[in-house]
Design a protein around this ligand. Sequence first.
Ligand SMILES: [Zn+2]
Length: 287
Amino acid sequence: MEFINSIETTMPYFIPIGIFIFGAIWGSFLNVCIYRIPQEHSILWPPSTCQCGKRIPFYFNLPVIAWFILKGKAACCDEKLSFRYPLVEALTGALFVCSWLNHEPKVALIGMVFIAILILATFIDLDHMIIPDIFSIGGMLLGLTLSIIIPELHGFSQGGLEAHWYAWIEAMLGVFIGTSMIYWIATIGEIILKKPAMGEGDVKFLAAIGAFTGWQGALFSLFGGAFIGTIIILPYLLIQQLKNPKEPKLQELPFGPFLALGAIVYFLWLSHFVDAYLAQIVDIFTL
Ligand SMILES: [Zn+2]
């Protein structure tokens, strides 16, 4: 700790820049996972290969920068490289830095694992309308385990052995309150809309989010995510409507990315505010 503190006072930008680079390198690996896991290909072998079959040398694999050096085209052939690659890399780097700046080191590191899971689930859901169990169920088990080991994740920084137990209960509450909420909203939604409103994948995904953030985070991800999502989608729908008045407007949208967005906003910026607000409501009901 003292070592970290002394670096932070002498070179305040050193650690954040290092973490951004670290995150961007992980982002590059997340791109591979997003592409390969839904196809059930190995994520470790073969190493980065272009669509044309050629190996990509390491210097063209440099996160974020390579895409700009190559101007969005593969070096070996004329294959176009999606702008999403540098975007995911930069996003991972930036969110890792936010995790570092907003939490104590132990929690910040768990936060990076959590952020990686959210990014993976988001982009796979956007591509395929599924969230693989390895991220939802796997994320839930990981979140529960990390909660026991590092109770600081749920704000228990003192209290010896009991803190581990309390943190685990918080994580379990996150899983159960989160999943039951989303289950009932989906069920009621289905009755009103007369079609499935949410997938089973979303329910399991919210369990993973709840294990990391507790019930307050699960609740915020559900309602805050839907709210932020609406703010983003409404202008988009309006533009579509103006462009193409006759087309049906809303195709099926995955809900996972909005849950992830809510979870990120809660974990990085709003947890204290949301927790205090929800505590007041709980107080009113328990008087
Ligand atoms: Zn190629």
